[in-house]
Design a protein around this ligand. Structure first.
Ligand code: NAP
Length: 292
């Protein structure tokens, strides 16, 4: 079987063109959507993500600002900055770039971001709304996964989906999202994690596998059934002798699994572009909600 690639870039582009109309409508009301990203320390991967987010906002004539804080910033000063941004009417979205340095616990801060500006959807109020089936801000990567499946006309109703990884960022919200009785929902979802025994006994039965772990070659050819659909969310840096010194792979052993899958998202070029586009979507939504 030869797989169809679930490419994120064309889907993200389609969504950007839909967003342009919304941005214009806001502009007519004197509002320019603005995201502020709080970036702590010098994590190279975080810097790359933050810069690519900023570039996208600029391309769409939206505003973004990066607040760079020292690696050793105190809890008190970080809370003070969040409070200032919460009270700033010109800021619609606040994103705390994770991971944080070891001395800071993300839960102490994510719950302090104004839930109406929580464009990552990690505030307990927004997680709760999603869990109850009445979402406001859906976390960007899970929403991006839904949009890519929708675009490629992959119906998930009554399908068996195995999600691997149970983070608050990807695994848990996507499990909730796909199993809700939404128009694009009604799947039967199993959530696997590092304590799941015999992972392949689940993946072999899955119509759709979503892997969000961060382990190269976790999913191999003999773990998937013929014709299954795979969303590879994982991002893993592999050192090599190229000029850059590394290349990026997902969680799936792509060369072997591509033989069996009917659809598969590549890494890079699959879910990554969708995550950024959904961040822009959520920021526009936050700006729209601020007018109500
Ligand atoms: P995370 O918080 O580190 O969570 C990883 C999850 O994987 C945990 O739930 C862990 O289980 C589980 N796990 C670890 N080893 C496992 C194994 N052998 N079998 C089954 N489950 C296992 O990670 P995250 O923040 O969700 O990110 C996951 C991956 O997605 C990373 O590579 C990250 O870079 C990538 N990512 C990509 C995007 C994108 O836009 N493409 C966005 C976000 C994240 P326990 O809970 O038991 O420890």
């Amino acid at each position: 079987m030869s797989s169809n690639l679930l490419l994120g870039k064309p889907v993200a582009e389609k969504h950007y063109s839909l967003m342009k109309k919304r941005i214009l409508e806001l502009k007519n009301k004197g509002i320019v959507p603005k995201l502020v990203v709080i970036l702590i320390g010098n994590n190279p991967a975080s810097r790359i993500y933050v810069n690519s987010k900023a570039k996208m906002f600029k391309n769409l004539n939206c505003l973004s600002e990066i607040k760079k804080l020292d690696e050793r910033v105190s809890k008190k000063n970080l809370l003070k900055l969040i409070e200032e941004l919460n009270n700033n009417k010109n800021v619609h979205g606040i994103l705390l770039q994770l991971p944080l340095p070891k001395h800071l616990d993300s839960n102490d801060f994510l719950s302090k971001i104004n839930p109406m500006k929580d464009v990552d959807g990690f505030h307990p109020e927004n997680s709760g709304l999603l869990f109850q089936g009445n979402p406001r801000f859906i976390p960007c990567t899970p929403l991006g996964c839904v949009k890519i499946l929708e675009h490629y006309k992959i119906d998930i109703k009554s399908k068996y989906i195995v999600v691997i990884g149970r983070s608050n960022i990807v695994g848990k919200p996507i499990t909730s999202l796909l199993s809700q009785p939404f128009k694009f929902g009604n799947a039967t979802v199993t959530l696997c994690h590092s304590h799941t025994t015999n992972l392949s006994s689940y993946t072999k039965l899955a119509d759709i596998i979503i892997s969000a772990v961060g382990k190269p070659s976790l999913i191999k050819n003999d773990m998937v059934k013929n014709g299954c659909i795979i969303l590879d969310v994982g991002i893993n840096r592999i050192n090599d002798s190229s000029d850059k010194g590394y290349h990026i792979v997902g969680d799936v052993d792509f060369p072997s699994v591509v033989e069996k899958a009917s659809y598969i998202s590549p890494v890079p070029g699959g879910i990554g572009p969708m995550t950024i586009s959904m961040l822009v979507h959520n920021t526009i939504l936050a700006a729209e909600l601020s007018t109500k």
